[in-house]
Design a protein around this ligand. Structure first.
Ligand code: 6LW
Length: 566
């Protein structure tokens, strides 16, 4: 029976995939930017089913991103396996926002097992992001990198270069040798090298990570070139393919199966076309990638010493023939509930810029609960008590149950959908000046704070009489988020208007360098440092079926007074 791989294979914020095979196991590393722990590591036995096995950067002494701007941090890791161990290269980029001379310090970490522990980082210079390590069969290792050139009037994306890496002395040696300056598509980045049948194949991402994105292949008999371009230049792209559900296809690398079939993993996005933003008409280039950049895979065939998409042409396909391998499913992450009864946090969770520490995030202070002690507001780039996971589906529901006893409007806790520290929606439990406990929907779009309340934009609040705990829920139905709450977990009341999902996307606003994706999570704030904490007894995330609806109120429980406050 023919099996298929459904794209994307790593849904939600999982960009810049780097794939390898070690024996019968496939691994993909993806970028994490300002989220901690850094570098997601995924595992598969059949290329169809994938599971998250952990992260490479789990300690503050490996990476410290305090204060980093949105979408700074860990760019494009590249995974390899040689000398009996795993190697990962990455750049910890900062000052990228408007920074002609952005900082791109690059590092190597190693581990004997994919689950780690991963070593302390070894610095391998900067001068460009997206480094990879090529282990030649003569035993020499080369850092393959792009060059970032900040000079006015120059192509910011300079040459792809090779520089030798002396693993024994843990340092670079010799000059940086340019080998490829890219095609006219430009923005040449993400270089990785594969050696096969006497050729070195240099595979790069081109066109920028948005609508023009592509995978470009060239080859040479000699590592230093000259590199000749693939007859099709870009073996994969969704450029100008308005109706392709997989847009932004690019940044790929090749992997073979033990039986000799070949695949190309790649970045892609599934945009939402927002009629409120653009009306109707041609869609090309107008979508919003609310789930961020995801990972897809395509089947590849070799002809005349070149890789080609097996489907013909260079367009990504949603369904791809699976390899001839035993099917190997894992438990589904699309139906996920965390009861916070394990001693450590599930790897699904991420924090902002620094690790979760017991001083503010505790699984032990109250059995079966996650205790978040409030720190800074959600707009901060420091000290946020926030845990979030990726939104992987265009239709999903997340729920939590929380005990929280605020005594001031500056103390708040609740549920958040978060793109970055300027674009997020949240349902907060807080206190009024008169001490009444309320729940309220709040928004920050392009940094502008509001308390949306439907028609006339009056902030809608619900006063909660004698209810602890409270249940909070957010539902996404592609275009809209809707918050709701309950006092018993059975009867739910919608609160606030439906909220447009597209401002929480890579494409919203005029900023470039937006690289992450939407997350859903829980948070607590207490800027007065009163030690106010929120106890969460569970968090669930579930993919919803196509026919689900958002915005239809369920039964409102009688003991809950709803009021609209102007
Ligand atoms: C990454 C580059 C890219 O470093 O986007 O899509 C940059 N490709 O290769 C950020 O992910």
């Amino acid at each position: 029976m023919q099996h298929f791989i459904q794209n994307p294979i790593l849904p939600g914020f999982n960009p810049d995939p780097s794939v390898i095979r070690v024996g019968e196991d496939f691994y993909i590393a993806t970028s994490t930017f300002e989220w901690f722990p850094g570098i997601r590591l995924h595992h598969s036995k059949d290329l169809v089913h994938w599971r998250l096995v952990g992260h490479a950067l789990t300690r503050r002494d490996q990476i410290d991103m305090r204060g980093f701007n949105n979408s700074d941090g860990v760019y494009a890791p590249a995974l390899s396996h040689a000398d009996g161990k795993f190697w990962l290269t990455f750049s910890c980029t900062h000052n990228s926002r408007g920074g002609a001379w952005m900082s791109t310090p690059c590092f190597v970490v190693t581990a004997d097992k994919i689950e780690g522990p991963w070593s302390d980082p070894i610095a391998i210079g900067g001068g460009g992001f997206d480094p990879s390590l090529f282990h030649d069969d003569d035993g020499r290792k080369w850092v393959v990198n792009m060059t970032w050139d900040g000079r006015a009037g120059h192509n910011k994306f300079g040459d792809i270069t090779l520089q030798e890496f002396d693993a024994e002395h843990r340092k670079l040696k010799g000059p940086r040798i340019p080998v490829f300056s890219g095609t006219e598509l430009g923005c040449t980045e993400g270089p990785q090298i594969l050696k096969k049948d006497g050729y070195y194949y240099l595979i790069t991402a081109e066109g920028g990570t948005e609508w023009n994105h592509a995978v470009t292949v060239c080859r040479a008999k000699n590592l230093f070139g000259p590199y000749e371009l693939h007859p099709q230049k870009h073996v994969l792209t969704s450029r100008f393919q308005e109706d392709n559900p997989l847009q932004r296809a690019g940044h790929g690398f090749l992997v073979d199966t033990p039986k000799g079939e070949w695949y190309l993993t790649h970045l892609c996005g599934r945009p939402v076309y927002d009629p409120e933003a653009y009306g109707f008409g041609p869609k090309y280039g107008t979508g919003f990638s609310i789930l961020g950049r995801e990972t897809g895979i395509q089947k590849v065939e070799w002809r005349d010493g070149w890789p080609w998409l097996a489907c013909g042409g260079n367009a990504p396909q949603l369904q791809v023939a699976a390899p001839d391998l035993q099917q190997h499913p894992w438990p589904q992450s699309s139906q996920y509930i965390d009861h916070f009864d394990e001693p450590t946090l599930s790897p699904q969770w991420q924090t902002l810029r620094e690790p979760a520490e017991a001083s503010w995030c505790s699984l032990s202070q109250r059995a079966g609960h996650l205790r978040l002690t409030g720190r800074h507001y959600l707009a901060s780039r420091f000290d946020q008590s926030l845990l979030a996971r990726r939104i992987e589906h265009h239709r999903m529901r997340a729920e939590t149950r929380v005990d929280f006893h605020p005594e001031s409007p500056m103390e708040m806790a609740g549920l958040v959908v978060y793109y970055d520290n300027t674009n997020y929606y949240f349902l907060k439990i807080t206190s009024e000046d008169n001490g009444k406990k309320i729940v309220q929907v709040c928004a920050s779009i392009a940094g502008a704070y509001s308390e949306p309340g439907g028609a006339g934009q009056k902030g809608e609040k619900a006063i909660i009489e004698n209810s602890d705990p409270l249940y909070l829920r957010v539902t996404l139905d592609t275009q809209w988020y809707q918050f709701s709450y309950s006092t018993d977990g059975r009867h739910w009341a919608n609160i606030g208007p439906r909220l447009n999902s597209t401002p929480l996307s890579d494409e919203y606003g005029n900023l470039i360098f937006k690289f992450t994706g939407s997350m859903v999570g829980i948070f607590a704030c207490d800027v007065n440092e009163q030690g106010r904490y929120a106890d969460f007894s569970h968090f669930s995330y579930q993919q919803l079926a196509e026919e689900s609806t958002v915005g239809e109120p369920d039964t409102v429980q009688e003991s809950v007074a709803l009021e609209v406050v102007s």
